[in-house]
Design a protein around this ligand. Structure first.
Ligand code: ACM
Length: 510
């Protein structure tokens, strides 16, 4: 199987050379230089040109122009060839698939990349260079000025994710699209959806229909739940793809499976269906490891999930299997993993899976809290050839409270201030883990205490941009004292976008 995630571009480690005083970008680009004395002003006559247009490159230009038409009221036609703002895929392949160069001078803006994805990342930067009011959905007064600058940029890591738990509480397609929109502003490229757990099953599986007929109808606290039909899921996958974000679907096994065990009596060791569960305990459910039906079930589920997923990863969970005997767990994980591979996908799982034999190309997601056991499991995964995504719970978990007064969220992994969530290095957090094994970062959001987008946004912002920067920017650019000033600037964008962010007292909001 082809590996999706290529080696990080290690040679791109120079820091911002001459950071303009008004630097506001998150993530910090690899290099940014001011073009002294030059200022671009977007006029009503401006055009958006696409050089070497492909469908994907034109779509990037169309999305950008459509957004700016709302706020500027300008016509901004998209046309082949050079324009006032030019997007070109004739750029250097040396910057990789996501890299881009951006130049803003007195009269033009040019973004060059080797791929439409690189253009999209460059356009994301351009959006942040424009005044915050450019994000508005209604016409605003200009001027629309950008200080002259040149930027050359590419990500440190290929995997930069955010997770949404739609099982503990269900979130609609519209909610997930908003989550994608807000995450893609910070160049995140993986959307991990936690689709099944004890409290609810959220994705249609035709061969096991009771999962959604029955176990989609519950959630924490006894709310109505819900699920994504195949059409819904396809809509999410496409919306994400248009924003160059890949959906990573998670079916949590062998624990966190009460929704399945409640839907099908025959999956249980004693042949009796469990009751639906709307509480928040963990670790009480387990698939039956020595039943053939368990693997027939997973074969069907992984097949149908794989069919709905263009990305090449399926996440099989593997966490907190406290009621699965450990010897059973070690039997289960390789069998479940083999089924993921059978359906053409790479295995991803929480770090516990590394205690079992893993197939080639697996990805271990570290969610430890600086504890030796979790770190040892991440290293054990690497000795088996796995790659590691870093989601340390005491830093990257977005559902942990900021401080003891935070009205939502949990605190089992500690309180996580904005500074704490930013101030770590994915390459060196786990002692003796080879740096080359780390393919990126992910910020998970568990939703036991979150049942609407206002509370989701409150926990996600302002911490998510920091994790995004850890995934994108060179290690040499990571500095809290300058980051917090750039973060302060983002507040005005969130106000325009109607984001319910937490005005953390650590930040000098403008
Ligand atoms: C987890 O937080 N149980 C992965």
């Amino acid at each position: 199987m082809e590996a999706t995630f290529h080696k990080p571009l290690r040679w791109l480690t120079s820091t911002a050379e001459s950071r303009p005083p008004e630097a506001t970008l998150i993530p910090q680009p690899v290099t940014q230089t001011a073009l002294q004395g030059q200022t671009f002003t977007l006029q009503s006559s401006a055009t958006v040109g696409v050089v070497t247009p492909s469908e994907a490159a034109s779509s990037v230009a169309d999305q950008f122009a459509a957004r700016l038409r709302l706020s500027t009221g300008f016509p901004l036609p998209v046309q082949p060839g050079a324009g006032t703002i030019t997007l070109s895929t004739d750029g250097p392949s040396s910057l990789g698939a996501e890299g881009y160069e951006l130049r803003v001078d007195d009269s033009t803006v040019t973004i060059t990349a080797a791929t439409p994805e690189g253009l999209f990342r460059g356009v994301t930067t351009l959006r942040q260079l424009l005044p915050a009011k450019a994000e508005a959905a209604t016409e605003q007064a200009g001027p629309w000025e950008i200080a002259g600058t040149t930027i050359s940029d590419a990500p440190r890591y290929p995997y930069r994710g955010v997770m949404l738990d739609v099982s503990r509480h269900f979130f609609s397609v519209a909610d997930v699209k908003r989550y994608i929109d807000l995450a893609s502003l910070y160049k995140l490229n993986q959307l991990h959806l936690h689709l099944s757990d004890d409290q609810g099953w959220r994705i249609q599986v035709d061969s096991w229909p009771e999962l959604t007929k029955y176990a989609a109808g519950s959630e924490v606290g006894g709310g109505p739940g819900g699920h994504f039909t195949k059409a819904d899921f396809a809509e999410i996958v496409m919306y994400a793809a248009e924003r160059f974000m890949t959906v990573v679907p998670e079916i949590d096994t062998p624990g966190h499976t009460n929704a399945a065990l409640a839907s099908y009596a025959e999956l249980n060791a004693d042949g009796e269906a469990t009751p639906l569960y709307t509480g928040t305990e963990v670790g009480f459910s387990s698939l039956t490891v020595d039943k053939d039906l368990t693997y027939e079930f997973l074969d069907d589920v992984f097949r149908e999930v794989a069919e709905q997923t263009p990305g090449d990863v399926i996440h099989l969970g593997g966490d907190e299997a406290h009621s699965t005997p450990h010897s059973d767990y070690l039997t289960f994980v390789p069998k479940a993993a083999e089924l993921v591979v059978k359906h053409g996908k790479r295995v991803m799982g929480w770090h516990e899976i590394a205690d079992a034999d893993l197939p080639a190309g697996s990805i271990v997601q570290y969610w430890g809290t600086d504890d030796d056991r979790a770190q040892a499991l991440a290293r054990k995964g690497v000795t088996q050839g796995a790659e590691v995504v870093m989601s340390p719970a005491n830093r990257a978990y977005l559902d942990m409270k900021y401080d003891q007064d935070t009205p939502y969220g949990l605190d089992w992994a500690g309180l996580i201030s904005v500074e704490k969530s930013y101030s770590w290095d994915p390459a060196t957090l786990i002692p003796e883990l080879p740096e080359s094994a780390v393919i990126g970062v992910e910020a998970p959001l568990w939703t036991e205490t979150l049942d609407n987008m206002a509370t989701v946004e409150f926990m996600v912002f302002p911490r998510l941009p920091g994790v995004a920067e850890l995934g994108w920017s060179p290690a040499s650019a990571l500095e809290w004292s300058t980051y917090k000033d750039r973060l302060a600037e983002q507040g005005s964008r969130w106000e325009v976008l109607g984001v319910n962010f937490y005005r953390a007292p650590e930040i000098d909001w403008r």
